[in-house]
Ligand binder design. Sequence first.
Ligand code: PGA
Length: 246
Amino acid sequence: MRKLAAGNWKMNGSRDSLGEITALANAYSAPGCDILICPPATLLSRLSDVSGPAIATGAQDCHAKTSGAHTGDISADMVKDAGGTYVIVGHSERRTDHGETDPDVRAKAEASLTANLTAIVCVGETLEDREAGRTLDVVGTQMAGSVPDDATAANTVVAYEPVWAIGTGKVPTLEEIGEVHDDIRAALVTRFGEDAKGMRLLYGGSVKPSNAAEIFAVSNVDGALVGGASLKAADFGGIIDALAAS
Ligand code: PGA
């Protein structure tokens, strides 16, 4: 399995940020892991033009439909047309800001697969869920509801992102990360069989160069979905190096 370092720029970046991509492209011509940057939709096409063969690009969301009267949205086909090969679906910020439900996320993931894009399906518990001991139940329900039936190791990635760890500098213990990732793997294998052993499971939430190596040593962690630390090539490079060495 090729591990994956995925950067999610969220609502950050302008044309000036393209220099971060060219810096990454110059540094990693034959990286030891897959590298992905998901910029805001405004930059996807430009960034895809300069990212080079070693760095994939993708979108942070897509609409479930292919086209039509949906002001402000972009379709999976449009992502592909702009040079993207991945789509993040169901990020907790989409679930919170836009009220996206598991069926919404599943429909977006299905649209991504239909467009021959790889879907990164995000799941994760709130602090309230964790403190109430509901983490595995909540994540299990999100997985069952959000991952499409035609998911395979080749077309789908799962990102476990505890909501309380995103952008906060707080990270679960390595045992807590391992517990959830092992549970996700077991649920995927039960549902999809042996193929799911090769499906990449990313951890996300305050991953930095300084904590990446220990997180990548946890069982069933096959990469990271990185927000803040993906904005600068130097920071993201530290995470890519840790993943390639893991
Ligand atoms: P963070 O964000 O790395 O800034 O915590 C992760 C994410 O939301 O994907």
